[in-house]
Write a protein that binds this ligand. Structure first.
Ligand SMILES: [Mn+2]
Length: 301
């Protein structure tokens, strides 16, 4: 049984691409199952309901097992016992991470907006059937990762994939679907400051130290206005407890592509020079991968 596993703190692409890649492996006659490394977020719940698909079960470890990775290739984002698993394949759309393998593997890593865009093309290449639920999963993941095509990570291949998938998914009004998806994506009601920071937190090894950068996608920054101090306090706590050199949180208004950056840690002073009295606004910044993290890497270096 091959386990198909997305990254820690799974976003919609990580869950959807695990489910979709599992079906691709099954179409090849292999036994596979999708697993998740964490809670299913509200947007993903919305997608699974629309697709009529069950959430993957939680990953109980991968030691001694064969696995496929979807939506990452960094050891830090894999299961804790990933070193003892056999990685058979990777489908991803991020920079190449630090995984290594003992055997040759199948790796499909494209510079596109979403892992599901790569999977869509694999389905076509292998003449595997794309069912309505699979089309809904792929289409939704692409729209989520590209923020309804608005992200600079979005490519023509992502748009072409959605154009075909929307027909199979039988979604009559794409704009209305995108609106519903983005409402689910930016729904943070009732989450505690710690849950907000944790929501989409990624660890980046950097100059032999650990750095974490989270992101909350919002319809307006006012949604977190009352939590600012508590969010900063949570970043500070993480730095102390986990010996992080830097912890940041991107608060991104996806309607204006404006990000406010909260940041703490030993290296925080490097950002101060770019901030206005501690208020760090990043104009035209929607994507952590293409805009936020590259800028941070440059400033922290
Ligand atoms: Mn992704």
């Amino acid at each position: 049984m091959i386990q198909v596993v997305g990254h820690k703190n799974p976003d919609s692409d990580s869950i959807c691409s695990a489910l979709v890649a599992t079906e691709l492996l099954k179409a090849r006659g292999l036994e596979a199952k999708a697993v998740s490394q964490g809670e299913i977020n509200r947007e993903t719940q919305f997608i699974l309901e629309r697709a009529g698909v069950q959430a993957p079960e939680r990953c109980q470890g991968v030691a001694g097992q064969q696995i496929w990775l979807v939506d990452y290739s960094d050891l830090a984002q894999g299961p804790d016992d990933i070193a003892d698993a056999e990685i058979l394949g990777i489908v991803d759309h991020h920079r190449l991470g630090d995984v290594t393998t003992t055997n040759p593997l199948e790796a499909w890593i494209w510079p596109v907006g979403c892992t599901c865009t790569v999977l869509f093309n694999l389905f076509k290449m292998e003449n595997a059937t794309i069912t309505k639920p699979l089309a809904t999963l792929m289409m939704s993941a692409i729209l989520s990762d590209t923020v309804g095509f608005a992200s600079p990570t979005c490519t023509q291949k992502d748009k072409d994939a959605v154009a075909e998938l929307v027909k199979i998914a039988e979604v009559a009004d794409l704009d209305a679907f995108i609106k519903d998806l983005l409402i689910a994506k930016t729904d943070i009601a009732g989450l505690t400051p710690a849950q907000l920071v944790e929501k989409d937190l990624k660890a980046y090894p950097f100059n032999d130290r650990q750095v974490v950068v989270g992101q909350i996608e919002l319809a307006t920054l006012e949604q977190v206005a009352e939590h600012m101090e508590a969010l900063e306090a949570d970043l500070e706590r993480r730095c102390a407890e986990e010996d992080l050199a830097f912890a940041a949180l991107m608060l991104t208004d996806i309607t204006t592509s404006t990000t406010r950056l909260l940041y703490k840690g030993e290296w925080a002073s490097k950002i101060d020079a770019h901030a206005d009295n501690g208020l760090m606004m990043m104009e035209n910044t929607l994507s952590r991968k293409k805009q936020g993290w590259p800028w941070l890497q440059q400033v922290l270096a």
